[in-house]
Design a protein around this ligand. Structure first.
Ligand SMILES: *Cc1c(COP(=O)(O)O)cnc(C)c1O
Length: 375
């Protein structure tokens, strides 16, 4: 039995090694390490894949969020609505830019912004809202869009965990995650569903002027070299990473399908178990299973994690502390009890290994081990 990992990047690489190695070698031969032709080609191919008008590559998913907020003109003192149950990057850039996060609780089974909490978070200073497509499934974007429209808020979709997920509107039409809000942001961190061999990120928009501003902010606030119209940042996708991503984009459908096969097997195996909840599939979104996350009831999550670890099955808690209770964000004045759903999820969630190259033996072993905890 191979040692089971949360994510197996080595077998994923080995399966596409000739293609990837060739792409890397070509960049090395060209020495166009910064802004080489692959960067533009990858952006065009990702635009085609996602159906987005514009794709602007950048250095990572955190930068993508920051650049989006800068390009949308958010100013110190402005407020941005965010879920408290998400990765820290979302709120970090808000605080860094001198904006104020307005936390909202999440729904207990899909982890999306609780639509009932939005009004309460709204103030005259609110300028934006950041829905996060957590674990690989889209937020109900129609809720977000109608709230945003009514209150003139900009929508930034954090799509770092959900690239390729498809949202279906109530009229039946479809859009990919990231292409629905004013700006969508994503990350190509190696373990993300479309991961490179280092850091990378991108922004999506359907608005040509905004695309221009995003490009400008990401490039030191300049359109023309050495003429700086706004304060910007330096955030580029390396040519090497773009070349790797071009190869991997060609496999993304297969990657999503493999993740779904594993998730389906886990669902079938765990559906009847007492004390665990399998992931809820939203009606209006496909799932790309960045994570397969169980909820363990009865206060036994940590015990189960330790049990699995001892048997050789890794698992992870995404996330153990909601953002409103993190020390770094105390100054924003939130307290324990403010967002009971998120606080309780932090004690229940447990993500199992899921990746693109999982063999049946490993899946069976994980299933058997999880089941044996409840015997
Ligand atoms: C990974 C992630 C990010 C940040 O991406 P980086 O490329 O690591 O900066 C942002 N938001 C969410 C929800 C993420 O999962």
């Amino acid at each position: 039995m191979s040692r089971i990992q949360m994510v197996d990047l080595r077998s994923q690489y080995e399966r596409i090694k000739p293609e990837v190695d060739r792409a890397i070698q070509e960049v090395l031969n060209s020495t166009a390490f910064i802004n080489g032709p692959e960067v533009k080609l990858f952006a065009e191919e990702l635009a085609k894949y996602t159906g987005s008008e514009f794709v602007i590559p950048c250095a990572n998913g955190t930068d993508a969020l920051q650049i989006a907020m800068m390009a949308l003109g958010f100013e110190p003192g402005d407020e941005v609505i965010v879920p408290t149950f998400t990765y820290v990057a979302t709120v970090e850039v808000i605080a860094l830019l001198g904006l104020k996060p307005r936390f909202v609780d999440v729904l207990p089974d899909t982890y999306e912004l609780d639509p009932n909490g939005l009004e309460k978070a709204l103030t005259p200073q609110t300028v934006g809202i950041v829905p996060v497509h957590l674990y690989g499934q889209c937020t109900n974007m129609e809720n977000v869009l109608s709230f945003a429209k009514k209150n003139k808020l900009k929508v930034i979709e954090d799509t770092a965990q959900a690239i390729g997920a498809v949202y279906t509107y109530s009229d039946g039409s479809k859009s990919q995650a990231g292409t629905i809000g004013d700006v969508g942001t994503t990350s190509f961190f190696p373990s993300k569903n479309l991961g490179c061999f280092g850091d990378g990120g991108a922004m999506f928009t359907q608005d040509s002027e905004l695309a221009e501003r995003l490009r400008m902010v990401a490039n030191h606030g300049q359109k023309k070299k050495y003429y700086h119209d706004s304060i910007g940042v330096n955030s580029r996708l390396d040519t090497l990473q773009a070349a790797i991503l071009r190869v991997k984009l060609g496999h993304l459908n297969r990657y999503s399908a493999s993740r779904n096969e594993v998730a389906d097997r886990y669902d079938d195996a765990f559906r009847g178990l007492p004390m665990v909840k399998i992931p809820k599939r939203a009606k209006n979104s496909s799932h790309v299973f960045h994570q397969y996350t169980l909820q363990v009831e009865g206060g036994r999550r940590d015990e189960m994690k330790a049990f699995l670890q001892e048997k050789g099955v890794p698992s992870m808690v995404y996330y153990p502390v909601p953002l409103h209770l993190q020390n770094a964000y105390r100054e924003f004045g939130y307290n324990e009890g403010d967002f009971p759903v998120a606080e309780s999820l932090c004690k229940k969630v447990l993500s199992l290994p899921i990746h693109t190259e999982m063999n049946l033996d490993d899946q069976d072993f994980i299933i058997k081990t999880v089941k044996s905890f409840f015997k």
